[in-house]
Design a protein around this ligand. Sequence first.
Ligand code: UDP
Ligand code: MG
Length: 313
Amino acid sequence: MVKYSFIVPAYNEQEALPLFFERTMPLWEGLDGDFEVIIVNDGSQDKTQEILNEYCQKDSRIKGVIFSRNFGQQSALLCGLQYASGKAVIAMDADLQDPPEVTLQLIEKWKEGYEIVHARHRKRAGETVFKRLTAFLYYRTLKGMTGLNMPLDCGDFKLFDRKAVDVILSLNEHTRLLRAQTAWIGFKQTVIEFDRPERAAGETKYTLKRMLNLAKNGIVPNTNKLLDFPLFLGMALCFLSLVGFAVFTVLAALGTDYGGLTAWLFPSIGFAVGLISLNTGLQNLYLAEIYKEIRNRPHFIVSELYNLEKDEK
Ligand code: UDP
Ligand code: MG
């Protein structure tokens, strides 16, 4: 068993990957134990796989898992956790936005006895106001809605003790958001802070669609609160209708011309239909979730392995 495993999802990171190895390998040579770097190539269409293969041939501490297609960062992280054999496992991005030097701080905290160490973004450089705002809202909404005790502004840049890794791997749910699972499992956790630099090279892989998906996958499987929505809505509507009836009754009694009920008919119908479909839509989110769990498809499909054996998983 190696002491440290670094797990790194990589999707179209041909420019960043060489820079990543250049910065990390000399740094990690200085660690007080042996280490492995597991790069999970998440169906890249560029030269990521070829570049990774070259590095793996030169250095057996660098390991590669090649997905058959793009399964997403969360699946790549799960795969990394499965293949990692370290006593401490550190998840980080390939684009150097998770500074390699910070991994040493994570490790220091682990040595102090913490089983999960989060790295919080103090500042985020080179990112659009939109990205920063959506990230800000995302972490707060996720925490608020799930009620999970998760540190704010921490992505997936974290250290996990072997104990925590084994528990996370034992969780059965299909839709996995590592940061939510991490909060849920407990253990001794702490947070360190860092300034998030710009990407070393290439472009962000998170389009608005992917970000929305990430938000949904954090909220829906982790809370049933959305199912309460129709109840509160129904109560509110009943209350408002009663007020409306009361107002109309008073106006009618006073003989005031209030436009008549017909004028309100069309918006009322539209509103009612909108609400019904909204309710159905919300329930469908959960139905889709149940369906996905029942189907129980694999999270990813591996097509090739470099410096790794199939049963190392
Ligand atoms: N990534 C991945 N699969 C995807 C999208 C992203 O493995 O489908 C990887 C990507 O290569 C990077 C990390 O996940 O190492 C974070 O992605 P990115 O830097 O694009 O996100 P951002 O930092 O902009 O939020
Ligand atoms: Mg990035």
